[in-house]
Design a protein around this ligand. Sequence first.
Ligand SMILES: Cc1cc2nc3c(=O)[nH]c(=O)nc-3n(C[C@H](O)[C@H](O)[C@H](O)COP(=O)(O)OP(=O)(O)OC[C@H]3O[C@@H](n4cnc5c(N)ncnc54)[C@H](O)[C@@H]3O)c2cc1C
Length: 430
Amino acid sequence: MSGAARSWNGLPQAAHARQLALQVRDAVLPAADGSLLAHGNGRSYGDVCLNDGANVLLTRGLDRFMSFDRASGVLRCEAGVLLGDILALVLAQGWFLPVTPGTRHVTVGGAIANDVHGKNHHVAGSFGHHVRALELLRSDGSRLLCGPHRQAPWFAATVGGLGLTGCIVWAELQLMPVANAYMLVSERRFTGLRRFWELNDAAERAAPYTVAWIDCLARQPRGIFSSARHAPPQPALPPQRQAQRRMPVTPPVSLVNGLSLRAFNGLYYHRRLASGPALRHHGGFFYPLDGVRDWNRIYGRHGFYQYQCVLPPASSRDGIAAILAQIAASGQGSFLAVLKTFGARPAPGMLSFARPGATLALDFPNRGADSLRLFASLDAIVAQAGGALYPAKDARMPASLFRAGFPAWEAFSAFIDPRFSSSFWRRVNP
Ligand SMILES: Cc1cc2nc3c(=O)[nH]c(=O)nc-3n(C[C@H](O)[C@H](O)[C@H](O)COP(=O)(O)OP(=O)(O)OC[C@H]3O[C@@H](n4cnc5c(N)ncnc54)[C@H](O)[C@@H]3O)c2cc1C
């Protein structure tokens, strides 16, 4: 079968020799010429989930729930189960994901392999912190049962291991208790990064979820700062209102351009905010983009890039200011610009991205050489600041920046399954 397994941003494109659907009854990985790579739901931006010229193992068939203890919140499921499917099962029973990224359409295997983070990193760490155990199927047919205290080096290599240590078959997660499906959300408009840092410092002490949207086209960075907590028991809950919309076609050119961005950012910045904490359904708070199916199509046939960096605490204030100034000067704004800080909890994976400091994530339409020139200038700021780029959101970082940002890459290499590889890994290890 010729390859259609894609990444979310459509960049880079890959021609896979074969797409092999993995079944739970498979005792060993399927035979194929060339290397293998697990492909979850393709929600990564870039090539961590691609294996150009070789094979991908489609894991969505690993979709069974294996056990759930509703008293302790311990859930065991196969690696192709989506985070949204977990919520559909456990929320009504008073449990929630301890860490969730900005979309629910992500598999458990993908969440582990990128050690994804959410808006609560400062209190909960990353996804890998809540994995109690996992089973790894290697190409020699062996199955490794790993956890934080069992085969710990294999666990640390596999959490954030970009799918290279083998195929995760199932995982056991510790969920967190909640009273209902709602959040108490506070929003504040701010102008200037200094105000962002003030709001962030105060909110991180008081709220488990914090995040800021930034209008990076404004002369002075401005935005909306959100903080939230799970709502306590309520006498009555409002009805859920997240209408499902759809982007029906892929236009020939990006609908995101200077004009549409300025209009969107202006409207979004000035939208009406509640004066105090407001009760909102968790879906609208955690997954606003999931409300528009195929929203990635608005960027047109040429696709788009995401640029996500983390800068350490000592250099994050100057570094974030420099990056935003560079973007504003380039005129290449992003309508998804998110700024938040990570907490100090040591990462569970050798190649985990989330680490103490501030992280900025931005989407850019693919404008060819102009985009790449802008990213090279941002890379220089990130390197100077001692930061790193997120492999899950990357289609072009140079090998030097990867190695500087992930100094454990060499020790990690010893854990790579000899039959596994990816487009990303070959690119950053030329
Ligand atoms: C709208 C949107 C918002 C997002 N927000 C966030 C966010 O807030 N925080 C964040 O951290 N990320 C975020 N992401 C990125 C996303 O969470 C990650 O890229 C995630 O890993 C995608 O999971 P997937 O199931 O689609 O896996 P894929 O993208 O298909 O694969 C990701 C990696 O996992 C590996 N993999 C998948 N399954 C297995 C398996 N069974 N065994 C071994 N390896 C496996 C693949 O080889 C690949 O290296 C967002 C993405 C989108 C589209």
